[in-house]
Write a protein that binds this ligand. Structure first.
Ligand SMILES: Nc1ncnc2c1ncn2[C@@H]1O[C@H](COP(=O)(O)OP(=O)(O)OP(=O)(O)O)[C@@H](O)[C@H]1O
Length: 263
């Protein structure tokens, strides 16, 4: 394993941090993502919406390298990453959360974050590693937990957290790897109504105060309206619209795509 921390993705001045061109994925005769193209500026917040089965998660899987690209390109900070492995993309600063919760429930909250920090710093992935004073991974873990409002829960088992707090923990794990571009796949999925506002505020502050570029799949437009600079609408694997939340919600083609579902 390399002992050098990977450099964060940094585009040339004025250039997009993420460029997607003609992105296509055909599996077994079905085209699940079809010629999708868009640019994302550094620090921008782009929401990705669309009816069920529209291709939102598949788009994220293509961006993070979990699905094979069969056409088109993905460029991160000027580097063509289309054929790179998920871990190579992560080292370049492309971070990702998943629709389903993915924390180690048998480890403490702090250990979960510390593991990610250790991996980023090029150290061991052993959760039982002895912590020394001034330990960099421990400090990163502490800062990341404070960042998401879990500073007081570090010694609790991750399995004891509420679903909403597990989502915050996933965000802290992601932040510990210091990604430049963050892909959040339905971070509100399964979160109770009471927890949605708190989680929304955490995501907003991470975006606003740390200048992270965020792409977020989300079904609820009310959550997105206050967060997103632009909204990308997927439909049948294609990019149907990409515009401000107000323009997208009043777009007749988008309303037609959502016929029978709430926008
Ligand atoms: N690995 C795969 N192999 C074959 N088909 C797939 C694969 N992954 C996704 N699909 C198909 O691609 C289409 C898009 O799925 P995807 O999960 O990307 O949609 P989505 O917009 O994220 O939906 P939802 O909002 O329900 O999560 C679906 O028809 C799905 O069955």
């Amino acid at each position: 394993m390399s002992t050098q921390p990977a450099p964060a993705a940094r585009p040339a001045a004025g250039a997009p941090v993420l460029q997607v061109e003609g992105l296509t994925c055909a599996i077994g005769g079905a085209v699940i993502v079809d010629g999708v193209g868009f640019d994302v500026a550094p620090g921008e917040f782009v929401a990705v919406i669309g009816p069920n089965g529209a291709g939102k998660t598949s788009l994220f899987n293509l961006l993070s390298g979990l699905l094979p690209v069969t056409g088109g390109t993905v460029t991160l900070a000027g580097a063509d990453i289309t054929r790179e492995s998920p871990s190579a993309r992560a080292r370049r600063g492309l971070g990702r959360t998943f629709q389903a919760s993915s924390v180690f429930v048998g480890l403490t909250v702090r250990e979960n974050v510390r593991l990610a920090a250790q991996a980023k710093l090029g150290g061991s992935m052993r959760p039982w590693q002895r912590v020394r004073p001034g330990d960099a991974a421990q400090e990163v873990a502490g800062r990341s937990l404070e960042r998401v409002g879990l500073g007081a829960r570090g010694e609790d088992l991750a399995g004891a957290l509420s679903h909403g707090d597990k989502r915050k923990l996933e965000l802290a794990i992601l932040l510990a790897t210091d990604p430049a571009v963050v892909l959040l796949d339905e971070p509100m999925a399964g979160v109770s109504i009471e927890d949605v506002a708190g989680l929304t505020e955490v995501i907003a502050s991470v975006h606003r105060e740390e200048g992270k570029t965020v792409l977020m799949v989300e079904h609820h437009m009310d959550v997105l309206l206050g967060l997103a600079d632009r909204v990308a609408v997927m439909h049948h694997g294609k990019l149907l619209a990409l515009d401000t939340p107000a323009k997208v919600t009043s777009d007749p083609a988008v309303q037609q795509a959502y016929l029978g579902e709430s926008l």
